[in-house]
Design a protein around this ligand. Structure first.
Ligand code: URA
Ligand code: SF4
Length: 210
């Protein structure tokens, strides 16, 4: 299966998933979207009102701001993968519950494995918690950490920055670092890529008669 096919297959499973109670109230599940070969995956919390209506991630006010933050970093939204830790809208935009996060985690894990991004940007507390349990977003935001075969950068949630003006300069500064951090991630992952061991062609055995 190609990565595109794997992602489409996951999206299909998500569209009929009943693994947690959130399926009762969803209009559309929101599997996430973006190129199969994205170097960056942005992972938010869960669908809100507009996302539930359209079945697409980050299409409301927070999404508009995310598009601006990416543009400011010289990136197009279409160049990165965008999704969430839960694929169905929590009623009234309440926080996702631990059992909902753990039920839905499998889909995100499979998406990450399929795409194999260099950088995961966690947007907000819930996706940060997946990689940096117990971390305080106010102290770790914008720092890139190597976790296994990739890098993770925790950032404030764009919706939080819209509601709390004091967070806006920080999230803007963190996104502005992204081109530089992507260069660093590319270089580091290139260095540590497992080198292909080439078996030298077998020397023809020369039988010397002299
Ligand atoms: N907030 C999120 O966390 N995800 C979305 O898709 C939209 C808003
Ligand atoms: Fe399934 Fe995730 Fe939707 Fe729950 S939130 S029903 S686990 S797709």
């Amino acid at each position: 299966m190609t990565t595109e096919e794997t992602l489409a297959h996951i999206a299909k499973e998500v569209s009929v998933c009943q693994k947690c109670a959130l399926y009762h109230s969803r209009k559309n599940s929101v599997p996430g979207e973006g190129p199969a070969n994205s170097e960056i995956m942005c992972i938010g919390e869960g669908p809100g009102f507009h996302e539930n209506e359209q079945g697409r991630p980050f299409v409301g006010a927070a999404g508009q701001f995310l598009n601006e933050l990416l543009a400011q970093a010289g990136m197009k939204r279409e160049e990165v993968w965008i999704g969430n830790v839960v694929k169905c809208r929590p009623p009234g935009n309440r926080d996702p519950l631990p059992e909902e996060l753990s039920a839905c985690n499998e889909y995100l894990e499979r998406q990450i494995a399929a795409i194999n991004p260099k950088i995961i940007i966690t947007l907000g507390r819930f996706s940060m918690g997946k990689y940096m349990p117990g971390a305080k977003i106010s102290s770790v935001h914008g720092q890139m950490r190597r976790i296994g075969d990739r890098f993770v950068i925790a950032m404030f949630h764009p919706a939080a920055a819209l509601h709390q003006a004091s967070l806006k300069p920080a999230i803007m500064k963190d996104f502005a670092q992204l081109p530089k951090l992507l260069e660093q991630a590319r270089a580091a992952l290139k260095r540590s890529a497992p080198t292909q061991v080439e078996t030298p062609p077998e020397e023809p055995k020369q039988l010397s008669l002299f």
